[in-house]
Write a protein of this length. Structure first.
Length: 211
């Protein structure tokens, strides 16, 4: 199968870029992994359509918004249902649900005052996240089966989104949040562990120490 020329431009950390990187890697889709620092970003920001990253350049055309990019590459990588609209909607549901978590965690990342960061993290860990994780866990458990670890019949974008969510805690990207916070959620962790042990994900992580 031939693929378009792809270049993913983002910072040198996981955040909004890693799900796309992993989808491309699992699907054996060639791409240029361009990682830039904040100095370079300041110079190039005005050139980006929404003045945000990630940006995926496809045959010279810029595509924006992390979820749109992730869905596009997941289709290229055969990690997104294209002939089952219900399954596709379930994948989208997980993607949108994970994004709600990421937006909450971003309030810690974007706060520069150390004391306020701790206070925000404590409120999330003790008050906000437990209910949200319980609801997500229940939804993920609906598709649990003894003969498969994945959310659907095979690995999909939904599993990579769950992996990304748990990895955000496990990696220490937010030191104020406990690394083992997700461990109590059995189905969530089963999907995370299955994705982490996928040969191509494991090889990618070994070669790229990205938080």
């Amino acid at each position: 199968m031939s693929f378009p020329s792809l270049k993913l431009t983002y910072f040198n950390f996981a955040a909004r870029g890693e799900t796309t990187r992993l989808a491309l890697t699992i699907g054996d889709v060639p791409f240029e992994d361009e990682r830039i620092d904040y100095t370079t970003w300041a110079k190039r920001k005005a050139l980006m359509p929404y003045k945000k990253m990630p940006v995926l350049t496809v045959d010279g055309q810029m595509l924006c918004q992390s979820h749109a990019i992730a869905r596009y590459v997941a289709k290229l990588a055969r990690l997104y249902p294209t002939d089952n609209h219900l399954a596709a909607c379930r994948v989208d549901e997980v993607t949108d649900s994970v994004d709600e978590f990421i937006l909450l965690l971003a309030t810690v990342f974007l706060e520069h005052d150390p004391a306020k960061r701790v206070a925000i993290a404590d409120e999330l860990a003790n008050d906000t996240l437990p209910d949200k994780f319980a609801m997500l866990e229940a939804r993920l458990a609906e598709t649990a089966a003894t003969n498969r670890p994945w959310y659907l019949d095979a690995i999909s974008l939904a599993d990579l989104e769950i992996y990304h969510l748990v990895h955000t805690f496990k990696s220490g990207f937010l030191p104020e949040m406990p690394k083992d916070y997700c461990d109590q959620y059995t189905r969530t962790m089963a999907i995370y562990k299955a994705a982490a042990s996928h040969p191509k994900v494991a090889a990618w992580n070994a070669a790229h120490k990205t938080t």
